[in-house]
Design a protein around this ligand. Structure first.
Ligand SMILES: [Zn+2]
Length: 247
């Protein structure tokens, strides 16, 4: 062995060897990854369609979310941010799909850390003091073995230095999969499906609700309503997701 072989070279050689046995591929385009690439190839990483919503108090995702929550009572304009634009015809959707359907925690956590970094760099989210994932019904969680929103929320909470409350919200009613429902059917499907489990609420001034993908915002709005009821008018409630559909 070359005596100059240092730890980094050895690590690179080992991962190159592993790549031969068990090829790692780009989660977006499927191309085999180079030893120095992780989860995404450099080309897909460079083209990641970031939303930059974390720096914008008003943005298309926030407008759509606020249209849902600002209905009957006075509700302050909520902040909303996603890491990237989720499009059905683009490979980037596979980042959240890998986490949700294929147990690929690596790519999901990587994207969640990037989302966390964007939020941590924004003054809008600087005072977040509680991170709450959108829950799965316990039966679905048992089938899947984990809640993908909680996996994302954990990384986001770490990046923000805020406590995580993974079990604060629970689904009291099992809902049909939202994937095949359209527009208002989604809102009706999840209305009243969420409740707070805690007998004593964790203290919070600014709660961040986290999910994997923002589509119509119906699920997040239903969670928002449950939190608002429990915490009252003084607490700010924002939302963050990996992907955002539209715009
Ligand atoms: Zn790629």
């Amino acid at each position: 062995m070359d005596p100059r072989l240092d730890g980094q070279t050895l690590k690179t050689s080992l991962s190159a060897l592993l790549d031969l046995v068990l090829p790692r591929v780009c989660v977006v385009c499927g191309r085999p990854l180079l030893p120095q690439e992780e989860h995404l190839c450099l080309g897909c990483l460079a083209d990641l369609p970031e939303t930059r919503y974390a720096t914008l108090g008003h943005n298309p995702m926030a407008d759509r979310f606020n249209a849902r929550i600002q209905v009957d009572e006075f509700e302050p304009y909520a902040y909303a941010a996603a890491l990237y634009h989720y499009r059905a015809d683009a490979g980037y959707k596979r980042i959240s799909q890998a986490l949700k359907y294929y147990r690929d925690f690596g790519a999901g956590r990587w994207a969640a850390r990037l989302l966390g970094a964007r939020l941590a760099a924004s003054p809008l989210y600087a005072d977040v003091d509680l991170v709450v994932p959108v829950p799965l019904h316990w039966l679905r969680r048992r089938q899947r073995g984990y809640n993908q929103a909680a996996v994302i929320a954990r990384e986001v909470a770490r990046a923000l230095g805020a406590p995580l409350a993974p079990r604060l919200l629970c689904r009291v009613r099992r809902t049909r999969s939202q994937a095949h429902l359209a527009g208002e059917a989604k809102a009706a499907n999840v209305a009243g499906a969420f409740a707070l489990r805690a007998a004593r609420l964790p203290a919070a001034r600014h709660i961040l609700l986290v999910d994997d993908v923002f589509t119509t915002g119906a699920t997040l709005a239903a969670c928002h309503r449950a939190l608002r009821r429990a915490y009252g008018a003084q607490v700010r409630i924002s939302v963050a997701t990996l992907g955002a559909v539209g715009e």
